[in-house]
Design a protein around this ligand. Structure first.
Ligand SMILES: Cc1cc2nc3c(=O)[nH]c(=O)nc-3n(C[C@H](O)[C@H](O)[C@H](O)COP(=O)(O)O)c2cc1C
Length: 188
C-alpha cells in the first residue's frame, strides 16, 4: 500500500508538517510505503481555465503539478494537511485542487475513467482560533476534491488553538492521534 501525504502549509517544520510526518510514520508502521510532497517547494501555476476542454484528464500546463498527478494516480491513500488561512484551506492547497479541473471535466463531462482502484483519504487541519465553521468550509472543499479523484473521505483530524510554529509539539496526545490516523488508514 502506498500513502501520499501532501503538505499545503508554507511553514516547513510547522504544525501541519509535524502532524503529517506522524500520520505517515503511523502508516509506515502499519506496513505502507509513504511519500510526502511539500506544495510550497513546487513551482506551479493556478488553473488558467483554458478554453480547451480536457477530454483526457491531462492538464495542458507543464509544470510541477505533473508530479502530483502521477503520484495521486498511483497511490492507495491520500492525506491532505492544510492549516486554516482566512477561514479556509491555504492558497497552496486550493491552487493544487483547482488544477484537477482537467480530471473533473474528463470524468464528469466526457465520462472518462481515470482512476482504476479504490483509494482512501484523510484531512488534517490546524487553526489558531476555535472556529469550527472554518473546518466546515475546508472539509467541504477537500471532500469535493476527493470525490473528483475517487478517494473516499475516511478520517479527519481538526485541531484548534495552535498558532506558533511547531506549537503542536506541546500536545503529544494530538501527535499520537495523528500517528493513529496514519496507522488505521494504512491498515484498514
Ligand atoms: C495567512 C494566514 C491566515 C490565517 N488565518 C487564520 C484564520 O482564519 N483562522 C485561524 O484560526 N487561524 C488562522 N491562521 C493561523 C494558522 O492557522 C495557525 O498558525 C496554524 O497553526 C498554522 O499551521 P502551520 O504551522 O501548519 O502552517 C492564519 C495564519 C496565516 C499565516
Amino acid at each position: 500500500m502506498k500513502v501520499l501525504g501532501i503538505n499545503g502549509s508554507p511553514r516547513i517544520g510547522g504544525n501541519s508538517d509535524i502532524l503529517l510526518t506522524n500520520v505517515l510514520y503511523g502508516a509506515k508502521n502499519a506496513g505502507a510505503e509513504t511519500e510526502k510532497i511539500y506544495l510550497t517547494n513546487l513551482k506551479f501555476s493556478a488553473c488558467l481555465e483554458c478554453d480547451e476542454l480536457s477530454h483526457d484528464g491531462i492538464c495542458r500546463i507543464k509544470d510541477d503539478m505533473q508530479e502530483i498527478y502521477q503520484s495521486i494516480i498511483n497511490v492507495d491513500a491520500v492525506i491532505i494537511a492544510s492549516p486554516i488561512f482566512f477561514g479556509s484551506i491555504s492558497a497552496q492547497t486550493k491552487m493544487m485542487i483547482d488544477r484537477f479541473q482537467c480530471m473533473w471535466l474528463a470524468k464528469n463531462v466526457f465520462g472518462k475513467k481515470i482512476f482504476y482502484k479504490k483509494r482512501k483519504g484523510a484531512f488534517i487541519s490546524v487553526e489558531a482560533s476555535s472556529r469550527r465553521d472554518f473546518f466546515d468550509n475546508s472539509r467541504a472543499i477537500i471532500k469535493n476534491f476527493f470525490a473528483t479523484v475517487d478517494v473516499k473521505y475516511m478520517s479527519e483530524l481538526m485541531i484548534t488553538g495552535i498558532e506558533t510554529k511547531a506549537g503542536i509539539n506541546e500536545y503529544p496526545n494530538l501527535i499520537e492521534k495523528a500517528y493513529d490516523l496514519g496507522f488505521r488508514i494504512a491498515g484498514k
